[in-house]
Design a protein around this ligand. Structure first.
Ligand code: PLP
Length: 399
């Protein structure tokens, strides 16, 4: 059996996403096993010295060393590329490694990128505190307004970078509009697709050049492994594979196998996460101690219409503000018995987080308040439990 999403096979074009999520990326191996095998080896052997030399020299494609070539990791990469509708993909040790690698592996000193401050906390820290040491600076936009982004582009701009929906405020950027801004200036658009996954949104089909994932979240979906990925053109992934060979933030084969299994149920899970989140968000709207709810599936969300156009469903992340300050938010969190108090998201289990003191705690107070991550804000990653049980758990601290 050959790869069903082999680039040259016209059949792969006709397969649906549910089929690709389950079948893409695998080759039947020597034992004809049905589940993908985990190839746990650091290196590979060659028939003779000449073959080794040809592999190392790049004259022959093949497996050399698991820092940059591993069959289980490659199966995951092919499957995710098939779902994201990109030519290729590379797995990384974490989502942050993916973000770091795409920038460090392609940018030059003096170049800049454009982003907003309302992103994942570690991404903001990387852009603000570490990349400038290497002469790579970020210009910060205050909104997703296409004109604002267009005005920030200069001759040294390499990328527009965005997350949509944002973490934790669930603001939605118009990917198509920002891709047009980028391309008309000869710049590329990078989208962190962690919150939606390809089951709900395919940035490459909307014009994005590079798609980033924290596989740790929904791709795994059960909170077991840390990993990440970059999906994009063959040319990009070739350049990044060469960087991976030198820099080494590799995905482990075991983690790749967990993510392969995660992808098989991704679409079903994302539907149920969205369904549950919608029910919980609508219930939160009725609670007198809730003063604000951010969920793209609610008509009150400022980009509700855009969400409907751009995403298949609104997704599983809600954030909401409670009456009072940090103490009131902590009270709701501490009163839960079912929800897991943790920074992770995208899990089968509902997780509850106080962003201002955890995931976004390293942002300066000024930056945090400027983007609207207030002390009374709670983030909920709605899991796959029964929605009524999640509501009852939140009710304990809201009354
Ligand atoms: C978690 C997360 C990351 C970082 O991923 P890790 O796998 O934790 O390194 C990046 N972007 C977003 C939107 C995230 O939620």
């Amino acid at each position: 059996m050959t790869n069903i999403n082999d680039d040259n096979s016209s059949d792969s074009q006709q397969l649906g996403d549910n089929t690709l999520a389950i079948r893409a990326g695998v080759e039947r191996s020597s034992f004809a096993e049905h589940s993908e095998s985990i190839v746990t080896t650091s290196s590979y052997v060659f028939d003779n010295a000449a073959s080794a030399a040809a592999h190392f020299g790049g004259e022959v494609d093949g497996l050399i060393y698991s820092r940059f070539t591993n069959p289980t990791v490659q199966a995951f990469e092919r499957r995710l590329a098939a779902l994201e509708k990109t030519e290729s993909c590379i797995g990384t040790s974490s989502g942050m490694a993916a973000i770091n690698m795409v920038l460090m592996g392609t940018m030059r000193q003096g170049e800049n990128l454009i982003a907003t401050r309302n992103m994942f906390g570690s991404t903001v820290n990387l852009f603000k505190n570490f990349l400038p040491r290497f002469g790579v600076n970020t210009k910060w936009a205050n909104s997703f307004d296409a004109d604002e982004w267009a005005a920030l582009i200069d001759k040294d701009t390499r990328y527009l970078y965005l997350e949509t929906p944002t973490n934790p405020l669930t603001e939605i950027a118009d990917i198509r509009a920002l891709a047009e801004v980028a391309h008309s200036a000869g710049v590329q658009l990078i989208v962190d697709n962690c919150f939606c996954t390809p089951a709900l949104q395919k940035p490459a089909e909307l014009g994005a050049d590079i798609v980033i994932h924290s596989a740790t979240k929904y791709l795994d979906g059960q909170g077991r492994c840390v990993g990440g990925a970059i999906a994009g053109s063959n040319e990009l992934i070739k350049e990044l594979t060469s960087y991976m060979r030198s820099a080494g933030p590799s995905m482990s084969p075991f983690n790749a196998w967990v993510f392969l299994k995660g992808l098989e149920t991704l679409s079903l899970r994302m539907q149920q996460h969205s369904h549950n989140a919608q029910a919980v968000a609508q219930w939160l709207e009725q609670q007198t101690n809730v003063v604000r709810i951010n969920y793209p599936g609610l008509e009150s969300h400022p980009q509700h219409k855009l969400c409907k156009q751009q995403q298949r469903l609104p997704g599983g992340i809600i954030s909401f503000e409670v009456k009072g300050g940090q103490a009131a938010a902590w009270k709701v969190i501490d009163a839960t018995k079912l929800c897991s108090i943790t920074g992770n998201l995208g899990d089968a289990r509902t997780t509850i987080t106080h962003p201002a003191t955890t995931t976004h705690g390293r942002m300066s107070d000024e930056d945090r308040l400027a983007v609207g991550i207030n002390e009374n804000l709670i983030r909920l990653s709605v899991g796959l439990e029964d929605a009524v049980d999640i509501q009852a758990d939140l009710a304990r601290g809201l009354e």
